[in-house]
Each structure stands twice: as structure tokens, then as C-alpha cells.
Design a protein around this ligand. Structure first.
Ligand SMILES: CC(C)(COP(=O)(O)OP(=O)(O)OC[C@H]1O[C@@H](n2cnc3c(N)ncnc32)[C@H](O)[C@@H]1OP(=O)(O)O)[C@@H](O)C(=O)NCCC(=O)NCCS
Length: 158
């Protein structure tokens, strides 16, 4: 964490009023971060697609973080997590990933497997996954990406 410490945020489901902020969300500097940003920016117009959901983290009414995921009983695929570049390293990304895990776990009485693809150079996202004890493999489709999975059983604390 930087000297500013943890940013207190409220995490809630996306609503129509967030659309403009999410479609203009700025969370990227590097190429692989821009891919994650693109997923977030396109997400409001994809919400009609079955099952895709968004959580937003807000601070003082501003959207500072967004995650896009699909959760079915037993399985959750996290398509993207993004935090405003101005708020990186203040715990918001970790908070959002844990919020998705709590949400999906509640729908999965037998436990849940969390899946995501992360570029191998994406230090922050890989740190978050490491802190959550994620298992990591090189993606079979693209050697620049890690395929990460976290298995959470009913009795596990998130
Ligand atoms: C990845 C991202 C969501 C992380 O959000 P964040 O709010 O900065 O994350 P957190 O503050 O919760 O955690 C960041 C962790 O990375 C660590 N970190 C910071 N810089 C790092 C670096 N260069 N290399 C490795 N780890 C780093 C921090 O110390 C922290 O770990 P800690 O809790 O053990 O101290 C954010 O950087 C982002 O939006 N990136 C662009 C979009 C993206 O790439 N998303 C992921 C792919 S879907």
C-alpha cells in the first residue's frame, strides 16, 4: 500500500445511473490493462447477455472500481477487475475480488471455483491472486497469460 492507505469504499451492484462512468472508466496504462478496461467499458451494453453481472466500488459517490463476472452455482468466471489509475494500491481491487467471491459463494452451497485470465506482467492483479492463494498455470491458448483458479469451500472464510 502507498502512504495514503486503504480507500474506504462501498461495494454494490451496478445500476443504470453508473452507465456513463463505467463506459468512460479509466483503469489502464499498459496494453494488457487496456484489454481489461475495454471489457469494463463494454459491459453496460452487454448486460442483456445472460448472467453477466457488474459490481462497482464507490467512494464519495464516485465509481472508483468495477468488476465484471459470471456466477453460476459452483463456478464463477471473473472477466475483469479495474480500479481508477489514481486509486491504485489502496486495496480497492482486493476488496472487489473478495466481494465477487462472497457473492458467488452464497450461490454455491457445494463451494465455488473462481477462474480468471491474467497477463503474466500484470503485477498488481497477480499479487491480489497470490494473496488469495490462487493456483496459477500458463494458459494453454496464450503463453503470455496465467490461468488462475481459486477453490473456495463452503466452510472457507473469504
Ligand atoms: C489490477 C488492479 C485491479 C488492482 O487494483 P488495486 O486497487 O490497485 O489493487 P490492491 O491495492 O487491492 O492490491 C494491489 C497489490 O499489488 C501490489 N503491487 C503494487 N504494485 C505492484 C507491482 N508493480 N508488482 C507486483 N505487485 C504490485 C500491492 O502491494 C498490493 O499487494 P498487497 O496487498 O500485498 O500490498 C488495478 O491495478 C487495475 O485496475 N489495473 C488495470 C486493469 C487490470 O489490469 N485488471 C486486471 C486484469 S482483469
Amino acid at each position: 500500500m502507498d502512504a495514503r492507505g486503504i480507500l474506504p469504499v462501498e461495494v454494490r451492484f451496478y445500476s443504470d445511473g453508473d452507465r456513463q462512468e463505467v463506459e468512460n472508466f479509466h483503469c489502464a496504462q499498459r496494453r494488457w490493462e487496456k484489454e481489461a478496461q475495454g471489457v469494463i467499458r463494454r459491459a453496460p451494453s452487454l448486460l442483456v447477455e445472460e448472467g453477466v453481472e457488474l459490481l462497482v466500488a464507490t467512494a464519495d459517490g464516485e465509481v472508483v472500481g468495477v468488476t465484471v463476472f459470471l456466477a453460476i452455482p459452483g463456478l464463477c468466471f471473473i472477466y475483469s477487475i479495474g480500479v481508477l489509475t489514481s486509486q491504485w494500491n489502496r486495496g480497492v481491487g482486493t476488496r472487489l475480488k473478495k466481494a465477487v467471491m462472497v457473492e458467488a459463494k452464497e450461490r454455491s452451497p457445494q463451494g465455488c471455483m473462481f477462474l480468471s485470465f491474467v497477463h503474466k506482467m500484470n503485477g498488481r492483479m497477480n499479487s491480489i491472486n497470490r494473496n488469495l492463494n490462487a493456483e496459477t498455470r500458463i494458459s494453454p491458448d496464450d503463453g503470455n497469460y496465467f490461468f488462475t483458479y481459486i477453490s473456495v469451500k463452503l466452510e472457507d472464510e473469504v
